[in-house]
Design a protein around this ligand. Structure first.
Ligand code: NOJ
Length: 579
């Protein structure tokens, strides 16, 4: 074992280390629809979250991020917001939010909420007013309305496609019943894009940020943080061969040379609706808003931007604090690809004084306990279902997921954990067609399964209705019958369970302060092995097919049994006391 090189966290951070909790935090994503349902109507709610927060404190996370719970027709599971400053009755009330946040803060958990600035719901008052007002009115100027092309405006203003499939433009029927202007929606037709060149829009969002900051939230996860500004003139765009319109499915931003290895160059064609320079001014403004508040309030960008050097622009010192590292999420469980993305991440983010983040799962991607064992290409956002090619072996998927999580959570920086991954939950593959709800499924006529499979309500109790999600047994997406084995109560205190592995990992991560550490690569284990030191801890992860001999040391964490000093395939170990 030889020390090869070192990647460390941002030297620029030194002045404020210790107070900036988010630099090393483990942040747990709650998807409110599917976390815990106190009312028993089959959809999770805020009181349900409050009732289960103790288990997250026991798990050892530092913060929670909640996907949207705002007033919404739920056409895109709440990412279609009709009132940014109220709670949808489906989830409770503002008082329920306050109670949830108070309890979280009592338990020492910070609270991050989602903000969705690229688009509103078509049920939002702003859009309703725009539709009721004439072309050219101030109300229409809040959104991206344009006249169509062709003799009677019957052709959409350009060729852009929605991330969810189909055209990105919908034509209005004017109040007098005649066909009218078109409006842009990068996502579903129920999600009209706002015009962020309009100062009025900017002012509204400053007020929305203040509303939640005044209520005490610790930060915001910013939806589609690379999409708010569009190129002047809204030019047509044809993605490079093999690319797509991108969006939550990225590649329009940077072309993958091979899975998990992004191109280093920055001269890839940029889609005219992603990553326009103008977005940065918005985040500088928001940074100022947050800086006006006490405490360490944070902004985290959901920006599907590659390469990482480009993504790092979102977290320059006067912009956001964190950005999801989707390049890491998209990296296969392969030694060379992982070493490279870890190096690139630390270099890119520390170059601007920001921590790297690490993430393997969320509500938009196939859960990593299934994804890491897929044997066929699966473009992000496509999802998997009964007819997908290359369906995963469940046992192998779980084994890889445990190894991948043990590796991710040993890295310096901040990590995101998606609800249920601490239980080893796989993707729900066999959802009946009639149960599916993702707009992607509908907009592609079932060609893409979409994201429902990672959004199924999570199991708490093996022998209760809906596995303890509620007491009535109702569930907005059906839970697979076999999920009792993943239930939290079936794993709590059980040696070797995935829940115990995560609990052990998070305790050790904190004890050795790995989040503020560094990566010191170790050579000599072979290509397929990722091995490094982070402070006193030696991490060795075997992504290959042959067992590997471990250095002498005591085992702190192991994703599988590592008897006899041998590290089997698809296993990660943390050691202390190595030479
Ligand atoms: C990203 C969110 O994570 C996803 O769930 C949503 O559909 C799109 N943005 C549109 O808001």
């Amino acid at each position: 074992m030889t020390i090869a090189s070192e990647s460390s966290v941002a030297p620029a951070a030194v002045t404020t280390l210790g107070t900036e909790w988010w630099r090393s935090a483990v942040i747990y994503q709650i998807y409110p629809r599917s976390f815990a349902d106190l009312t028993g109507d089959g959809v999770g709610d805020l009181p349900g979250i409050t009732s289960r927060l103790d288990s997250l404190a026991a798990l050892g996370v530092d913060a929670i991020w909640l996907s949207p719970f705002y007033t919404s027709p739920q056409k895109d599971a709440g990412y279609d917001v009709a009132d940014y400053c109220d709670v949808d009755p489906l989830f409770g009330t503002l008082a329920d939010f306050d109670a949830m946040q108070n309890r979280a803060h009592e338990l020492g958990l910070r609270v991050i909420v989602d903000i969705v600035p690229n688009h509103t719901s078509d049920a939002h008052r702003w859009f309703q007013e725009a539709v009721a007002s004439p072309a050219g009115s101030v109300e229409r100027a809040r959104y991206m309305f344009r006249d169509g092309k062709g003799e009677s405006g019957e052709i959409a203003p350009n060729n852009w496609e929605s991330v969810f499939g189909g055209p990105a433009w919908t034509r209005l029927v004017e109040p007098d019943g005649t066909p009218g202007q078109w409006y842009l929606h990068l996502f579903d037709s129920s999600q009209p894009d706002l015009d962020w060149e309009n100062p009025w829009v900017r002012e509204q969002f400053r007020a929305i940020l203040r509303f939640w900051l005044d209520r005490g939230v610790d930060g915001f996860r910013v939806d589609v943080a690379h999409g708010m500004i569009k190129a002047p003139g809204l030019p047509d765009f044809t993605p490079a061969p093999g690319g797509s319109m991108g969006g939550s499915s990225a590649p329009a931003e940077g072309v993958s040379l091979e899975p998990g290895i992004s191109d280093h160059s920055e001269d890839q064609p940029t889609a005219p609706f992603w990553a326009q320079d103008g977005v940065h001014e918005i985040y500088r403004d928001w940074h100022e808003v947050l800086a006006g508040y006490e405490g360490d309030r944070v902004l985290c960008a959901e920006a599907w931007v590659e390469p990482l050097t480009k993504l790092a622009r979102w977290v320059r010192p006067d912009e956001m604090h964190q950005a999801f590292n989707f390049s890491y999420l998209e990296t296969p469980f392969s030694g060379p690809a992982l070493r490279r993305v870890i190096d690139e991440s630390i270099a890119a983010f520390s170059g601007v004084g920001a921590p790297s983040t690490w993430v393997l799962s969320n509500h938009d991607v196939v859960r990593h306990a299934s994804r890491l064992a897929l044997t066929a290409e699966n473009p992000q956002g496509a999802g998997i279902g009964p007819k997908s090619a290359g369906l995963p072996d469940t046992e192998l998927g779980l084994r890889r997921a445990r190894a991948a999580s043990a590796l991710m959570l040993s890295l310096p920086g901040s990590a995101y954990v998606y609800q249920g991954e601490e239980l080893g939950l796989p993707e729900a593959i066999d959802l009946p067609d009639e149960a599916r709800q993702d707009p992607t499924w509908f907009r592609t006529n079932g060609e893409r399964y979409g994201r429902d499979g990672c959004r199924v309500p999570i199991p708490w109790e093996a022998d209760s209705p809906a596995f303890g999600f509620n007491t009535t047994g109702a569930s907005w997406l059906p839970q697979p019958a076999g999920w009792s084995v993943y239930a939290r109560d079936a794993q709590a205190g059980v040696a070797g369970s995935t829940l115990e592995l995560y609990t052990r990992i998070l305790a050790a991560r904190q004890e050795y302060d790995l989040g503020m550490g560094s990566v010191e690569w170790l050579d000599g284990f072979g290509e397929a092995v990722v091995a490094f030191r982070n402070g006193p801890v030696t991490v060795v992860s075997n992504t290959g097919r042959v067992p590997v001999e471990l250095p002498l040391g005591s085992v702190l964490v192991a994703s599988e049994n590592v008897d006899g000093g041998i590290l089997p395939p698809d296993t990660t170990v943390w050691l202390i006391g190595t030479e």
